[in-house]
Write a protein that binds this ligand. Structure first.
Ligand SMILES: [Zn+2]
Length: 304
C-alpha cells in the first residue's frame, strides 16, 4: 500500500491533473477542446477555455494552447489519435493566461509560437501568472512562460498544407489590447478568442465595451459558417448574437443611467439585468463589467 501511495505521489508531477480532454469536431479538419463554463479553480486546473486545432496535410495549427503544460501535453496526445502529424504553429489570440500557458509544451515539440505584440509587452519569462497563483505549484507543474517566435502587429497570413490562416487585429482594444482573430477561409471558420463568449459572462477588465461591440460586427462581416469563441459551446454563424445582446443592453442601460446622473455607487444595482442571472459567472463578473462599462462610457460622455 505504502508503495502505491509513494508511486502515485511521484507520478503526479510528471503527468499532473487528469484533464480528460476529448476533441469535438466543429467541421471537417477543425476540432476544439471545449472548456467548462466555470471560473479558474484547482478542481478544474484551468480547463475553462477553448483550445482548437486545424488539421492540414503538413501538420496541425493550434489556436490557443490552454492553461498548463500538462493540458497541452494531453491535448497533443488526443490530436495524435486523429492523425500522426506535427504541430507546426500555435497562434495565441490574446494575453490572458488561460489561453497560452500551454505554449511551452508545443515549443518543446518544435512548434512556432505566434501572437499579438501585447504578448511581448505584457508577458515576461519568470513572472507569476494568475493561473499559477490559483493552481499552486503541484498543478502548475512543468508550465513555463516562453517568448513568441513571431509577432503580429496588424495582420499576417500563413499557409500550411494548402490551408491559409489569416490573422488580423480587428480592433485596437476590444476584449484586450491587440486581440487577434484567425480566419481559415478553406474551413469557413473564424477563431475569435475572447471576442465571443457563449453560455457564460465575461470581464471587460482589460478591454472596452465599445471596442467589443465593434469587433462583433467585424467578425460577422467574415460571413463564416463557424465562429469559434474562447469560452462557450456555440460555434455556428450566429455565435455573436447572445454576447452582442448582453453588451448592447449594458451599454444602453449604463448610458441611460449616466443621463439620469446615477452615480458609480448606484450603477450596479441599477443595471443588474436579472434576465442574465441564469448565465454562468453572473455572480462573479456582471457587477464588475457594469462598473467597467460605466467608467468607459462616462469618460466618453465627459469628452462630449
Ligand atoms: Zn480572455
Amino acid at each position: 500500500m505504502k508503495l502505491v501511495i509513494v508511486s502515485f505521489l511521484l507520478l503526479l508531477p510528471l503527468w499532473g491533473f487528469e484533464y480528460n480532454l476529448k476533441p469535438q469536431k466543429v467541421t471537417e479538419g477543425v476540432y476544439c477542446f471545449f472548456g467548462k463554463l466555470e471560473p479558474i479553480e484547482k478542481q478544474n486546473a484551468g480547463n475553462v477555455v477553448n483550445s482548437c486545432f486545424v488539421q492540414t496535410k503538413e501538420g496541425f495549427v493550434v489556436i490557443d494552447s490552454g492553461p498548463t503544460y500538462s493540458y497541452a501535453a494531453q491535448a497533443y496526445e488526443q490530436m495524435q489519435k486523429i492523425a500522426t502529424l506535427p504541430v507546426k504553429y500555435v497562434i495565441n489570440t490574446h494575453i490572458h493566461d488561460d489561453h497560452w500557458l500551454g505554449n511551452s509544451f508545443y515549443k518543446s515539440k518544435g512548434a512556432l509560437l505566434i501572437g499579438p505584440r501585447t504578448y511581448e509587452e505584457n508577458i515576461v519569462v519568470g513572472m507569476e501568472t494568475r493561473i499559477q497563483r490559483i493552481l499552486g505549484k503541484e498543478l502548475f507543474g512543468k508550465t513555463k512562460i516562453v517568448n513568441l517566435d513571431t509577432i503580429v502587429d496588424n495582420n499576417l497570413t500563413l499557409s500550411l498544407g494548402k490551408e491559409k490562416f489569416e490573422m488580423k487585429q480587428i480592433e485596437d482594444v476590444a476584449h484586450t489590447k491587440g486581440d487577434l482573430v484567425v480566419y481559415v477561409p478553406g474551413k469557413q471558420s473564424v477563431f475569435v478568442g475572447d471576442l465571443v463568449f457563449s453560455g457564460r459572462l465575461t470581464s471587460l477588465r482589460d478591454g472596452s465595451i465599445l471596442g467589443s461591440l465593434s469587433a462583433l460586427d467585424k467578425i460577422d462581416a467574415y460571413h463564416a459558417k463557424h465562429i469559434i469563441g474562447g469560452h462557450g459551446y456555440v460555434t455556428d454563424a450566429n455565435a455573436t448574437k447572445e454576447f452582442r445582446a448582453y453588451l448592447f443592453e449594458i451599454k444602453n442601460e449604463v448610458l441611460k443611467a449616466i443621463d439620469e446622473d446615477v452615480g458609480m455607487e448606484e450603477i450596479v444595482k441599477k443595471v443588474s439585468m436579472p434576465a442574465y442571472k441564469k448565465m454562468k459567472l453572473y455572480d462573479v463578473l456582471h457587477a464588475r463589467t457594469v462598473v467597467d462599462a460605466y467608467r468607459e462610457l462616462e469618460m466618453m460622455d465627459d469628452e462630449e
